[in-house]
Write a protein that binds this ligand. Structure first.
Ligand code: SF4
Ligand code: SF4
Length: 352
C-alpha cells in the first residue's frame, strides 16, 4: 500500500532532503496572487496572469488531485555569501545558478519518485510532476506540507535547513495522510526587508518584482531601465541578499552533491575575467545550467552594467573604451542591446 511514510522513505533514498504531503486544496494564501498581479508587481512576467486561475488551486491543473507531495532539496555550497564579499571586482551570481539546472536534475529525481509511486500502487494513479515551471504555487503547498513557512522575504524557510532549497512536487490522485502545516517563525525580525538593496518589499511578505534585482537581471528581456541600473551594483544574475541575512541561513547546512557545486568559471568569478571570455566560452559555461535562461546576450548586458557600477580598475579596463572595437570571438558585444549598456557602463566608469 502506498503511504505517506513509504513515500518519504523513498524520497530520502532519492536524495531529497525534505518531503511532506499537503491536501490538494484551495488554501487562502493561494488567493493572494490575484491582488498581487493587480498591483502590477509581476512586471513583464505575463505568464503569471495567464495562468492565475490555474495557480489558485492545483485541482484546476489536475481535477483528480487529492494530495500534493512536496520535496525540498538543499543546494547550499561552502562559498561565502555575497554580503560577506568586500571586493568590487567580483561578479555576484545567485547561489542556485552555480551548478546544473535544477529543472533537469530534480525533474529526473522527482520523476523517479513518481515512477516508484506508480509501481507501488496497485490501482489506477494519476500524477503530475512539476519543478518550478508548472502553474503551481509551490511555496504555499510546501508550507501546507510542513516543509517550513513562507517568510517575509517570500522564500520557503525550513527551521533546520534554512531557505537554500529547491522545491518540486507531485500532484497525486490518492488521498494520502497529510502533514501538519509549517508555522511562521519570522516573529518580529525584519532583517530581509531592511537589507534589500532596492526596497523591493512594499510590505512584509509582498515582493514588488519590478524592483527586485532577480527580476531585473533575469526576467527583463530588453533594456534594464536606466534609472535602475546603478541599483544593480555588481549583481550579474539574481540576488541572494534577502536570504543571506536571514538568521535561519546563518548555519545552513552544506550540500556536497556534485550537481550544485560551482562550475569553474562561476566559482568566485571576476567581472573583468568573465567579460573577456568569448561568446563560446560563456555559452559553454552556462550550458545545462539555470543561466541559459538569459543566454549570452543578456549575460553580457548584465555584466556591462555590473562593470559600470563596480569601480574596480581591472573590470573597467576589460570593458575598454574603444567603441568601434568588435571582437570576432564575442559578437554579442555588438548587439544593439549590449552595446547600449556598454556605452552606459563606460560613461559611468569615466565619471568616477
Ligand atoms: S532578491 Fe535582492 S533585490 Fe530581490 S527582494 Fe531579495 S534582496 Fe531585494
Ligand atoms: S530575515 Fe527575518 S523576517 Fe526575513 S524571512 Fe528571515 S526570519 Fe523572516
Amino acid at each position: 500500500m502506498l503511504t505517506s511514510e513509504a513515500i518519504k522513505t523513498r524520497a530520502r533514498e532519492l536524495q531529497f532532503d525534505l518531503c511532506g504531503v499537503a491536501p490538494a486544496a484551495g488554501f487562502r494564501e493561494l488567493r493572494v496572487l490575484r491582488a498581487w498581479l493587480d498591483r502590477g508587481y509581476a512586471g513583464e512576467m505575463d505568464y503569471l496572469a495567464r495562468t492565475a486561475d490555474r495557480r489558485a488551486d492545483v485541482r484546476a491543473v489536475m481535477p483528480s488531485a487529492r494530495s500534493v507531495v512536496v520535496l525540498g532539496t538543499l543546494y547550499n555550497t561552502d562559498r561565502p555569501y555575497s554580503t560577506e564579499i568586500d571586493d568590487p571586482g567580483e561578479a555576484l551570481i545567485s547561489r542556485y545558478a552555480w551548478g546544473d539546472d535544477y529543472h533537469d536534475v530534480l525533474g529526473a529525481r522527482t520523476g523517479a519518485l513518481r515512477d516508484w509511486m506508480t509501481d507501488r500502487h496497485a490501482g489506477p494513479l494519476e500524477t503530475r510532476v512539476y519543478v518550478d515551471t508548472g502553474p503551481v504555487q509551490e511555496r504555499v503547498y510546501a508550507q501546507q506540507a510542513g516543509l517550513g513557512w513562507v517568510g517575509k522575504n517570500t522564500c520557503l524557510i525550513n527551521p533546520e535547513l534554512g531557505s537554500w532549497l529547491f522545491l518540486s512536487e507531485i500532484l497525486c490522485s490518492l488521498p494520502l495522510d497529510p502533514d501538519p502545516p509549517g508555522l511562521d517563525q519570522c516573529g518580529t525580525c525584519t532583517l530581509c526587508l531592511d537589507a534589500c538593496p532596492t526596497g523591493a518589499f512594499p510590505e512584509p511578505g509582498v515582493l514588488d518584482a519590478t524592483r527586485c534585482l532577480s527580476y531585473l537581471t533575469i526576467e527583463t528581456k530588453g533594456a534594464i531601465p536606466p534609472e535602475q541600473r546603478a541599483g544593480l551594483g555588481t549583481h550579474v544574475y539574481g540576488c541572494d541578499v534577502c536570504q543571506e541575512v536571514c538568521p535561519y541561513n546563518d548555519t545552513a547546512p552544506i550540500s556536497t552533491d556534485p550537481v550544485w557545486q560551482p562550475r569553474v568559471l562561476l566559482d568566485r568569478p571576476r567581472l573583468g575575467e568573465l567579460w573577456l571570455r568569448s561568446d563560446a566560452e560563456l555559452r559553454a559555461t552556462i550550458r545545462n545550467g539555470p543561466m541559459t535562461r538569459v543566454r549570452v546576450k543578456r549575460l553580457r548586458r548584465n555584466l556591462a552594467v555590473a562593470i559600470g557600477n563596480s569601480g574596480a580598475t581591472e573590470a573597467a579596463a576589460a570593458l575598454g573604451d574603444d567603441r568601434t572595437a568588435v571582437r570576432s570571438d564575442a559578437a554579442s558585444i555588438a548587439e544593439p542591446l549590449v552595446a547600449e549598456h556598454v556605452d552606459w557602463a563606460r560613461d559611468r566608469a569615466r565619471r568616477r
